[in-house]
Design a protein around this ligand. Structure first.
Ligand code: SF4
Length: 328
């Protein structure tokens, strides 16, 4: 089997705060295979975005600090690269798109100027070539009238169009890895489906790997081959998407799946939508034992004091819970 595109080993990230050093990501390990789409899921505040931003060292250090771990890309540990080498890598080999394109695009520059800038920084193209390539990329992400769009400012485009521009920018240098942080959250359902389809098609065309961060299990079912579920800064379950969604092993995963509205069910039966009670713990109030125990309907006495280890359910699935598969 070929080596993974990205290999994250025991990554631990903390933030310095007036309340002391707080751990946001607590020793997570995972890999991203070539050409696969891996989803990192969990509620807000579980550490998904911090994990993703750490890969490209995009967290402000300080207050953030990567305490330990390795982030291997092509066998190279990104944590040991200097600022210049990281700058070269970002956008060229590993790209990122964010939830809200409006905060990532410069409102006073045209879309064409911003696209061209990315290409001029990472390639040997001249300005004319960069603008032509930008129009080609706009066509590829199915923006209507791509040449015209070069002259538009971000506010002149709809949310869906702005997200397509962000995807085009991220793809400008044909990266090997695309990190997409909640790329469809700000969009309506129809545009969301179009963007997911576009990402999937682009992945098939280019062979890139995608790490998608989302709290939306509908997105996972649509696009991911494999899933990692995060809670309180740790991975609590991982496995192939279909198996995990059909037969969750961890109570938290089961709760996330149960809280997804199913078309027609509620209207027909009048049933209330299930929810996971309580909230994700804040970084300075991590519960003892299993961090999920105050919210878990299956918690037993030892959950309050003993932290469950991440266990192997089969060759492809892992979960961390004191209970055995089939008991939830
Ligand atoms: Fe629930 Fe206990 Fe399993 Fe944690 S270890 S998920 S509290 S049953």
């Amino acid at each position: 089997m070929s080596s993974p595109e990205l290999d994250i080993q025991n990554l631990k990230v903390s933030f310095s705060t007036p309340r002391g050093k707080l751990t946001a990501v607590n020793g997570i390990s995972f890999h991203l295979n070539r050409g696969e789409t891996l989803a990192l899921v969990g509620e807000s505040g579980c550490g998904k975005t911090v994990s993703a931003l750490s890969i490209l060292r995009l967290l402000p250090e300080p207050p953030a600090e990567i305490l330990s771990g390795k982030i291997l890309f092509s066998g190279q540990n990104l944590l040991s690269l200097n600022a210049k080498a990281l700058q070269d890598l970002r956008g060229r080999s590993i790209s990122m798109i964010f939830q809200d394109p409006m905060t990532s695009l410069n409102p006073v520059l045209t879309i064409g100027e911003q696209m061209a800038e990315t290409l001029l920084r990472h390639t040997a193209m001249n300005r004319q070539e960069a603008l032509q390539k930008s129009a080609d990329l706009f066509g590829r992400v199915e923006l209507p009238s791509p040449e015209e769009k070069l002259k538009h400012y971000p506010h002149q485009l709809s949310g869906g169009m702005r997200q397509r521009v962000m995807i085009a920018m991220a793809l400008a240098c044909t990266p090997r890895v695309l990190i997409a942080d909640e790329p469809t959250t700000a969009l309506d359902v129809l545009i969301q489906a179009q963007i997911l389809e576009l990402l999937d098609n682009l992945k098939k065309d280019t062979g890139m790997s995608i790490l998608i961060i989302t709290h939306d299990l509908g997105v996972v079912a649509e696009i991911a081959q494999r899933v990692l579920v995060m809670y309180a800064g740790e991975i609590v379950e991982s496995g192939p998407a279909r198996a995990l969604l059909n037969n969750p092993l961890h109570p938290y995963t089961k709760g996330l799946i149960a809280s997804v509205p199913k078309l027609g069910t509620i209207k027909k039966t009048g049933a209330r939508l299930e929810e996971i009670s309580g909230n994700v713990p804040s970084l300075d109030q991590r519960p003892s034992g299993c961090a999920f125990h105050p919210r878990c309907a299956w918690a037993i006495e030892k959950c309050k004091t003993q932290k469950p280890e991440l266990r192997q359910a089969d060759a492809q699935r892992q979960w961390s819970c004191h209970l055995e598969p089939g008991s939830i």
